[in-house]
Structure formats: C-alpha cells, structure tokens
Design a protein around this ligand. Structure first.
Ligand SMILES: Cc1ncc(COP(=O)(O)O)c(C=O)c1O
Length: 372
C-alpha cells in the first residue's frame, strides 16, 4: 500500500528534502576546476559549528564506515594499545576495525540498553596507563543510546589517551563540542542528520591527533589523511569525490542554517519526547531509560519485531528499522533524525496505535508533548 510515498522512519539513510534532490540534479562539474575549488572548502567549513570545532574537516567518498576506517588507519599501528568502549553494534565495529589494523585491542563492554559509564572508563584507564587511543560512539544507533561524550572525555583526567568519536548518527541532530569537550578525532556521515544521500564521510582531527598520526605505521592509501590535507590546500580532494553529495550538502546546510542549529536540536529533542511518550501510552516498553535516550532514534521492545515491521510496511508504507546483534527481532527502531518533523512522529505513532487497537492513545499523549 502507498509504496509510491514510503515513510522512511529508520536511523539512516533518511528522506532527502526536495530542495536537496533538485540541487543534486545540477550539471556535473570538474572536481579539479575553478567552481569546485571555490565552493568546496567553504561548504565544508560550514560544518564546523556542527562539529563544534575550528579544526579542519575533510570529506571522504565512502560510507560512514570509511570515516571510521580513515580514523583507525591513520592512528593504529600494529601493537598500539587501544581501548574500545562497546555498548552496541557500532562500538563493536570500532573494535573490529582496530583488530583488523592489528592494534592491541582492549574492550570495555557495557550493557546494550544504556550509556557508557564514565567511572568504569576512569578506573580502567587508571589500571592501563599504556592505552594510547580510546574509540567510542556518540549516538549508538543500534541501541538508541546517546552517550555522554563530555563525561567520557573528562574521565581521562591526565591520561595520555586520545579520544576518537563516531558521530555518524548524532552530528547535526544534537550538540557536539569537539573543541569544548577536548575530542581528538570526530567522524560523521552524510545520510543521517545531514539530510543528504549516503556516500560521503567527514573527519575532523585535532592538532594533537594530527601530530600523533605522523608516527602511525599502518599501511594506508585512499584513507591517508595527509593526502586530504595536501589537496585541501588547493580546495580539492585527492580522489574524485561524490560531487553530487557536495551540492546536496550545500543545500542541506542552507536549510539547517535557516532553521538555526539550536532549533534543529530542539526539534530532535521534541521528536524523541513525543515518540517515547506515545510508545509508552500504548503499553510498549522502551529499550533505553530517559537519561540515555537518543534524540535521533528510539528503540522499542517488541516480540517478533520483524514480522510486525513487515506488516506495518505492507499495510501502511511505514518503514521501521529492526534490531541488531543481541536485539535482532526483539526491538524495532524508529528514526527521527534529519529531515523529520513532529508530524512524522505522529504518523509513526498512528500506525502503532491502529495495529495495537489502541486508537488515539499514542497520538493524544504525543500531541500534548508537542504543545507543551
Ligand atoms: C553510529 C553509526 N556508526 C557507523 C555507522 C556505519 O555507517 P555506514 O553504514 O554508512 O558505513 C552507522 C550506520 O548506521 C551508525 O549509525
């Protein structure tokens, strides 16, 4: 039903605004030509308020994982002692990547339904002064948890370790203060809160991390940040970039700036609160408590979630995401990031209450939250 207008309510890729799609349809340009060189650096630097940094930002053509691999391949030499904070599927990806680059990988595991405890990080670091790098996920999309990165960063105290943050599903939807929180590397991707199609990743590097990269002995070529840095001096990327996504980013940033970053963040909080209140109102249990709840995605417990999702997709054209790892088939996830409004949350809640025979119960409560 209604497949011509699917309601994509997953934690990325997100729906792309028409204005962004139209901008992508403009004629192709030369990535070594005048127009690209003039526009590209200024478009990228408009991401700085979203990263909360004055550090340079580089764009890599590849998915979010290419940003993660760029971070690891420029930092982790064989045998480098690293600490991966794992509370979900993407935290585990950091550990897998560090393993692939032959780091000496320490893993601190956390339950997959809550945030990373900074006290445990502090204790672990006190016992392991040799750790050189810490890898963490800001918004763990698989569990719908927003980790307190500022507290994790502070938990380092005077420890030497650099902090590397995956902000793939948080950047542009919730505040990140790379400089204010003393983060060393932050990576993100195009298809989440930035409202553009998949295909580009972004990485920002602190001066301390940049210096550390010089001594990295890992093999790298496509992801060598030094190449991106050199080419950025000319306003270019080392390899042919996803030019359409650069056009898209320019238009998406126009929209974000017109709304105002504070209002963008407030909209995400509002959607989170509506979704949580509505799901509870129809008797569903949320995966994550209020303290750790993500502003960009909500996880809802549901037995046989995958057949429920298939039914919702077939009957109403609304697409929810499934669970990952230990949560496979036990939860569904509702994305409310990027090009999403409170009305989209009401649609998500409406199909829930219809399916559960609880007419009006979720939307009534959510509407109250919307007008609070
Ligand atoms: C938090 C987080 N990190 C990393 C990724 C990986 O991104 P990609 O699938 O674009 O490689 C995702 C994708 O959903 C994500 O949500």
């Amino acid at each position: 039903m209604y497949r011509f207008k699917p309601e994509l309510r997953i934690p990325g890729p997100v729906p792309v605004p028409n204005a962004v799609s139209l901008r992508m349809a403009q004629p192709m340009i030369n990535h070594r030509g005048k127009v690209f060189k003039e526009r590209f650096p200024s478009i990228l630097s408009r991401l700085k308020p979203l990263f909360g940094t004055t550090n340079p930002i580089y764009m890599i053509t590849g998915s979010g994982t290419s940003g993660m691999e760029a971070a690891v391949s420029n930092l982790v030499s064989p045998g480098t002692p690293v600490l991966c904070l794992v509370g979900g599927f993407f935290g585990k990806r950091w550990a897998d990547l560090c393993q692939a680059y032959k780091g000496k990988v320490h893993v601190l595991d956390f339950p997959w339904d809550g945030g990373i405890d900074p006290n445990r990080v502090r204790e672990y670091l006190a016992q392991h002064p040799e750790i050189e790098l810490i890898f963490v996920v800001h918004n763990e999309s698989s569990t719908a948890v927003l980790n307190d990165i500022e507290a994790i960063s502070k938990a380092r105290g005077n420890h030497q370790a650099l902090l590397v943050v995956d902000a793939v599903s948080s950047l542009g939807g919730t505040p990140i203060e790379m400089d204010g929180w003393d983060l060393d590397v932050v990576i993100s991707a195009s298809q989440k809160c930035l409202m553009t199609p998949p295909g580009t990743a972004f990485i920002s590097v602190s001066p301390r991390a940049r210096e550390y990269m010089e001594k990295c002995e890992a093999s790298r070529y496509y992801f060598d940040i030094r190449k991106y840095e050199q080419f950025m001096e000319k306003g270019e990327t080392p390899f042919t970039p996803n030019i359409n996504n650069v056009f898209a980013l320019e238009e998406a940033l126009n929209m974000i700036e017109a709304e105002g970053l504070d209002k963008v963040f407030a909209r995400h909080i509002l959607m989170r609160d509506m979704m949580r209140a509505g799901a509870k109102a129809v008797g569903l249990e949320l995966l994550v408590g209020e303290k750790d709840a993500s502003p960009t995605v909500t996880g809802v417990k549901f037995p046989n979630a995958d057949s429920f999702r298939a039914r919702i997709r077939e009957q109403y054209g609304v697409e929810f995401a499934g669970g990952q790892g230990v949560h496979a088939n036990n939860i569904f996830r509702v994305g409310h990031m990027g090009y999403a409004t409170p009305l989209d949350v009401l649609i998500a809640l409406a199909v829930l209450e219809i399916d559960l025979g609880k007419y009006g119960e979720a939307t009534k409560v959510a509407e109250k939250v919307m007008n609070r």
